[in-house]
Design a binder for this molecule. Structure first.
Ligand code: TTP
Ligand code: MG
Length: 353
């Protein structure tokens, strides 16, 4: 039996800002882009009571919460806090898989701390994080990796939730499928339309029924709901892609405007960010994504081995044509990297959800 802990900081960027500026502590606040059309990175819990969320536009957030205070982000400060929390993790185990600046999986199966109690280790880690940074974290503890991540959300903020081995079956039965990592809006709607909403509904399906409809992910979903997650923590994650995106100050369907932004802004920026990865690994795929004015997001990719403006513009054009030149809010471009063995990567560039 394995023991996983998933740690996730509470409203991370916002918590750092509240820590450093007490005037922000008791007002609804969010971290935002500087323009009227920028999107929020995150919001504190007071703001979330008004419905304010990550990735929402400043404009939309202000409509929901007129008193919202939006402050610019300070990435170097968040990175510093991230280094501090990773130092805490490494006191308890070497098996650490960071997922982002504020989030990581730990495998504490063989940890000698706290007489081997993962529950107590999680409590100590959260207390140590608070001592080191003044910030709160939430934790999930479970014998199966993906359940630890779901569990860390259950008692947020500043809480933890434990799923013991004997509780796994019941937990999955009543688990809303949308909480399973990988089930985005589109997949959830498709599942819902088939009458599948909870873990128990998937348990009752045949595996091939799901793979026929959802491809490889259908199999993953079926296994997760049987309580099967063979993954351990990956201490050395290999980056699969690099991407950049930009939001327009006004929606536009003018191809020339979109193309100019892609070629003049996005391409040099992607090249700058990815140059080392490209030299080391090589390019497997190019991709373009578009978010339309109605927030529908679509993407298209193709196999190609150099960063080529024409290929990207063609992908963009195909997407625009397929969606009848609806006004565009955001475009992004991305490269998929060859894996280190120089075989083709198996995963799609974008989560189509
Ligand atoms: P999350 O852990 O998803 O969110 P959070 O820590 O702000 O809030 P929660 O308490 O629900 O965990 O993301 C961590 C940080 O990553 C977040 O503080 C800001 C950044 N982020 C973005 O910049 N854009 C996004 O769309 C999301 C989801 C997060
Ligand atoms: Mg978080």
């Amino acid at each position: 039996m394995r023991k996983f802990i998933h740690i996730d900081m509470d409203c991370f960027y916002a918590a750092v800002e509240m820590r450093d500026n007490p005037e922000l502590a008791n007002v609804p606040m969010a971290i935002g882009g500087n323009s009227h059309r920028g999107v929020l990175s995150t919001a504190n819990y007071l703001a979330r009571e008004f419905g304010v969320r990550s990735a929402m536009s400043n404009y939309q957030a202000k409509k929901l919460c007129p008193n919202l205070v939006i402050v610019p982000g300070r990435m170097p400060v968040y990175k510093e806090a991230s280094v501090q929390i990773r130092a805490v993790f490494s006191k308890y185990t070497d098996l650490i898989e960071p997922l982002s600046l504020d989030e990581a999986y730990l495998d504490v199966t063989d940890s000698r701390h706290c007489a081997g109690s993962a529950t107590l280790i999680a409590e100590k880690i959260r207390a140590d994080i608070f001592d080191a940074t003044g910030l709160t974290a939430s934790a999930g503890v479970a014998p199966i990796k993906f359940l630890a991540k779901i569990a860390s959300d259950e008692n947020k903020p500043n809480g933890q939730f434990v799923i013991t081995p004997s509780e796994v079956g019941d937990f999955i039965d009543t688990l809303a499928l949308k909480k399973i990592p990988g089930v985005g809006k589109v997949t959830q709607q498709k599942l819902q339309a088939m009458g599948l909403a909870y873990g128990k509904d998937i348990k009752a399906c045949e595996e091939h029924f799901l793979t026929q409809r959802f491809g490889k992910f259908g199999g993953v979903l079926w296994r997760r709901c049987q309580g099967i997650d063979e993954r351990g923590v990956e201490t050395h994650r290999v980056r699969k892609s690099v991407g950049v995106e930009t939001t327009f100050s006004e929606d536009t369907s003018e191809f020339e405007i979109l193309k100019a932004r892609l070629v003049n802004d996005l391409l040099p920026e992607l090249n700058r960010r990815a140059v080392n990865h490209i030299q080391e690994r090589g390019i497997a795929k190019l991709g373009v994504k578009v978010k339309f004015f109605d927030f529908q997001q679509v993407s298209k990719e193709c196999q190609f081995d150099v960063l080529d403006a024409n290929v990207l513009c063609n992908l963009l054009n195909e997407l625009l044509a397929r969606y009848r030149h609806k006004p565009v809010r955001l475009i992004g471009i991305q490269i998929g990297l060859l894996d280190s063995k120089h075989s083709q990567p198996q995963l799609g560039l974008f989560d189509l959800d």
